[in-house]
Write a protein that binds this ligand. Structure first.
Ligand code: ADP
Ligand code: MG
Ligand code: ZN
Length: 202
């Protein structure tokens, strides 16, 4: 069937690009979406309304790469904004959409859409940051990006909150001003002054 050739159901898949802040998640998302555009695929990019750090209707990386995006308030309105003929959907800051995003990603992929999600896999306490861990579980492909540890220059997997303006809330939107990329060894657990000693003490 000719109509099926446009949106083959077997093209549908979920890809997750995760890692700490500054690890290049947004750059990687933009790279994949630009390649899809080069392939003349119909692409839509989304970002949550919560993330108003940069230009309102663009996905912007810390290295100042950018791509046009639609701002949506939640996972449901994201799903409703995907046009029937869209072949590739990119979603930045997936950690801000809540667990509903898992079902939305499944629905789109089942329909034949390639869904690429970029987001933090850990919060500032180093704990799994839903919905990204669940998205990783259902994804066909997972890429873990690493930043450069600001303390030792090693490979950073965690986001250290260096300034707290929200009384310990899980979500505090910010960038270079309030977070640093840290490796496992340089990461200081927010609640524990001496994480290694505390862990040894049980
Ligand atoms: P993410 O979306 O994961 O937060 P971005 O893709 O927006 O990351 O930005 C990655 C870019 O951030 C790098 O290419 C680099 O220019 C810049 N950068 C700033 N601080 C760091 C760091 N500590 N480690 C790696 N890259 C950093
Ligand atoms: Mg980013
Ligand atoms: Zn380090």
């Amino acid at each position: 069937m000719l109509s099926m050739a446009l949106s083959r159901e077997d093209d549908g898949r979920v890809e997750v690009v995760c890692g700490s802040m500054f690890s290049g998640k947004t750059e990687e998302l933009i790279r994949r979406l630009r390649r899809a555009l080069l392939g003349r695929l119909r692409v839509q990019a989304f970002k949550p309304a919560l993330d108003d750090r940069y230009h309102e209707t663009k996905i912007v990386s810390h290295g100042a790469l950018s791509l046009d995006a639609e701002v949506v308030h939640d996972a449901r309105s994201l799903l409703e904004s995907v046009r029937p003929d869209t072949e590739v959907v990119g979603i930045d800051e997936a950690q801000f959409f809540g667990m509903e995003l898992v079902e939305v990603a499944q629905t789109l992929a089942d329909r034949g859409v390639r869904v690429i999600l970029a987001g933090l896999d850990q919060d500032y306490r180093g704990r799994p940051f839903e919905p990204v861990p669940s998205l990783m579980a259902i994804a066909e492909d997972v890429t873990k990006c690493h930043a450069v540890c600001t303390s030792c220059g090693g490979s950073a997997s965690r986001s250290q909150r260096v300034i707290d303006t929200q009384g310990g809330a899980q979500v505090q939107v910010g960038a270079a001003d309030s977070y640093e990329a840290r490796c496992r060894h340089c990461f200081e657990h927010p609640e524990l002054a001496h994480p290694r000693l505390a862990r040894a003490a049980g």
